[in-house]
Design a binder for this molecule. Structure first.
Ligand SMILES: O=C(O)c1ccc[n+]([C@@H]2O[C@H](COP(=O)([O-])O)[C@@H](O)[C@H]2O)c1
Ligand SMILES: Cc1cc2nc[nH]c2cc1C
Length: 350
């Protein structure tokens, strides 16, 4: 497959030597080889990313990218568009599910308005608004490639600033009424799977709405002549501003050597776009949970990643990613604190 050269800063390789050191260390711990499953894989991958044999990911942040969607006017969501703006206020007041889960995990929350319909961006929100919502992609492209690129750059810059502040682990999520339609259209365009197999009920639409949503996606795929080989075109034609912002977060995290935790369907669609733009993003990505949305499994398969949790969640706003943070802490603590066979006076199994 031919990949377009990324127009963004180069992404460093992961550190294979340190990763190997950590793998060896995990095999010296007092347990059967590989018996801690995902915890072992996690800490080995984190070591490769951070270049530290015992990685430090104690400073954690959650980024919630927010934007509104013209396609919501097609009646594809169970909730009105105003809920995006209301939830932005809720995020900065600390009352949303993600705020609770982030507090549990000792993580900070950063809320970014990349394209909501709010005329005034509330205090406490990072204002990187590219425009007031996207156009309805059932009628015309959601946005221009320039606008998508501006939102990507916002994500990259925000992650760069978080790195400066010492952030070591990043969850990337979103809020935007209508965005499961956009996320599913991206999934269909990038994986070639039929819309009917990928489309779910999002915030909870009924059967009639679901059929309408499938039709909207099918017609958009045809109308915009999308190709998996043109990820920026896909993003601008049927994506969203918060989705583009997340693409930037994933690219930025890889540039800064920060492990980046994906959330549900929409966050993972953004991650797949980032990987299509630059395959070197992939080793920096972690799958937190498996969303109820059927397209999510297909996207994770396309990335070749297994989720840590099967929690039957379908909220978005980085809630699943924040919920997975304590597993990262547990994995590092195992590497740091467990005794080795040598500590017990026994030979190494290797
Ligand atoms: O992350 C997911 O897999 C997910 C699944 C269903 C719904 N959501 C959230 O719900 C909103 C989009 O749902 P909808 O029905 O308006 O397309 C948006 O704010 C997402 O964060 C998110
Ligand atoms: C209330 C509400 C909260 C959300 N958080 C993320 N997506 C959401 C969608 C709705 C409708």
């Amino acid at each position: 497959m031919q990949h377009t050269r990324s127009p963004f800063r180069p992404i460093p390789d992961i550190c294979k030597e340190v990763q190997e050191e950590t793998r060896k260390h995990m095999n010296q711990l007092t347990k059967p080889t590989g018996s801690l499953g995902c915890l072992e894989e996690l800490v080995i991958r984190l070591a490769g990313i951070t270049g530290e044999k015992i990685p430090d990911v104690s400073r954690k942040a959650v980024v919630v990218m927010c934007g509104d969607h013209g396609v919501a006017r097609e009646g594809v969501s169970a909730y009105p568009q105003e809920v995006t703006g209301l939830m932005i206020h809720n995020f900065v007041r600390g009352g949303a599910a993600v705020n609770v889960l982030a507090r549990q995990a000792n993580a900070e929350v950063h809320v970014v308005d990349v394209g909501s319909l709010l005329a005034e961006v509330p205090e406490g929100v990072i204002n990187r608004k590219v425009r007031l919502g996207t156009d309805n992609f059932a009628e015309r492209p959601a946005m221009s490639e320039e606008e998508a690129t501006e939102a990507i750059r916002a994500g990259i810059e925000i992650v760069g600033q978080l790195r400066q502040k010492g952030v070591q682990l990043l969850a990337v999520g979103e809020m935007g009424i209508g965005n499961t339609t956009a996320g599913t259209a991206i999934a269909a365009a990038l994986t070639g799977q039929p819309a009917a197999a990928l489309t779910g009920t999002g915030t909870g639409i009924r059967q009639e709405g679901l059929q309408r949503k499938i039709r909207v996606i099918e017609q958009a795929l045809e109308k915009h002549r999308l190709s998996a080989e043109r990820p920026l075109d896909v993003l601008s034609k049927v994506g969203g501003l918060e989705i583009a912002g997340m693409v930037g977060c994933f690219i930025g995290a890889a540039q800064e050597r920060i492990p980046a935790v994906m959330d549900g369907l929409i966050s993972t669609a953004a991650a797949l776009i980032a990987v299509k733009l630059d395959p070197k993003v992939l080793p920096y990505l972690f799958a937190s949970h498996l969303s109820v949305e059927p397209g999510h499994r297909v996207l994770l398969d396309a990335l070749g990643l297994e989720p840590l949790l099967h929690a039957r969640m379908r909220l978005g706003e980085a809630s699943g990613a924040a919920l997975s943070f304590p597993i990262f802490d547990a994995a590092v603590a195992i590497a740091r604190e467990m005794a080795t066979f040598a500590d017990l006076g026994l030979p190494d199994p290797e």
